[in-house]
Ligand binder design. Structure first.
Ligand code: MF3
Ligand code: CO
Ligand code: CO
Length: 274
């Protein structure tokens, strides 16, 4: 491990870790594994299947690959993935609920490979979904991609949030404020927070070597959420539909590298029928 590989902090930058080429190599492998699990799930999401079953698929995939599902036992979370259905914003717990035609499901996978975290989520339509749900999914994916396009050294976290917020709101959707993207690497949730709303040129200045997620949660209705009594499941207060996509990125000299791109080109729906 080189000196650069060790945690380097800068007083002016709020103690955000700057990573070198070996970390990028580790994140590339972890990100690819996570994306491969999300690819595998496209074949399994259909009416009649339970979210618990999807959890088992990812757990077994992780075991086969010698990887660890980061959510399992994380702060008491009971499962290997998060499954967030319809008006669930995030952190839904897999269970016996059967998927039905017209549902929209977010599956969030974080795998630890060789110590590095790959964190990514995608939306999965179940059968045929209402046009409004399809539109929300498209708006949310485009919001994530606009956030990613704003990442470059010298830019700020506020540039990312502003790009996401401007697009989502221009499409008459709202941005959830209660959850944000996060730094990651050898730890799951680290500085900086990546807000999905904000003002250009505000927040933390981005530098080559920073690693973080961007994971906008976008609602068809109002942005407000509440947490259910299980202590995890976040839902929209107005019960409007919510969608999310997440990628893990690393800042490079020219912009960023996205570690969790789908090896099969299944980054967003529609996915080829199983
Ligand atoms: N993967 C989620 C994220 O994007 C975090 C899940 S933590 C859990 O940050 F405990 F809810 F699983
Ligand atoms: Co995340
Ligand atoms: Co995640």
């Amino acid at each position: 491990m080189s000196y650069l590989e060790l945690t380097r902090t800068r007083a002016g930058d709020n103690q955000i870790k700057i990573h070198g080429p070996e970390a990028f190599e580790g994140m590339r492998r972890a990100g690819r594994l996570t994306a491969t699990a999300l690819d595998l799930l496209t074949e399994h999401v259909r009416p009649g299947i339970t979210t618990e079953h999807l959890d088992e698929i990812v757990f077994e995939f992780a075991m086969d690959q010698g990887a660890v599902p980061a959510p399992l036992n994380y702060r008491g979370f009971p499962k290997s993935i998060c499954t967030s259905l319809n008006h669930v914003v995030c952190h839904g717990i897999p269970g016996p609920r059967m998927l039905k035609d017209g549902d929209i499901l977010n599956i969030d996978v974080t795998l630890i490979n060789d110590g590095w975290h790959g964190d990514s989520s995608r939306m999965y339509p179940v059968g045929t979904v209402p046009r409004a749900a399809e539109r929300l999914i498209d708006v949310t994916y485009e919001s994530l991609m606009r956030g990613i396009a704003a990442v470059k050294p010298g830019g700020t976290t506020g540039d990312i949030g502003a790009a996401i917020q401007a697009y989502a709101e221009s499409q008459r959707c709202s941005v959830v404020r209660d959850f944000c993207g996060h730094g990651l690497g050898r730890v799951f949730h680290d500085r900086p927070n990546i807000l999905h709303y904000g003002e250009p040129n505000e927040g933390i200045r981005l530098e080559t070597g920073m690693l973080f997620t961007i994971e906008p949660m976008i609602n068809l209705g109002k942005p407000h959420v509440k947490i259910l009594s299980d202590g995890w499941t976040a839902v929209t207060r107005d019960r409007s539909l919510s969608a999310q996509f997440e990628h893990t990125v690393g800042v490079t000299d020219t912009g960023c590298e996205v570690f969790t791109v789908s090896p099969k080109g299944l980054n967003h729906p529609p996915y080829p029928a199983a």
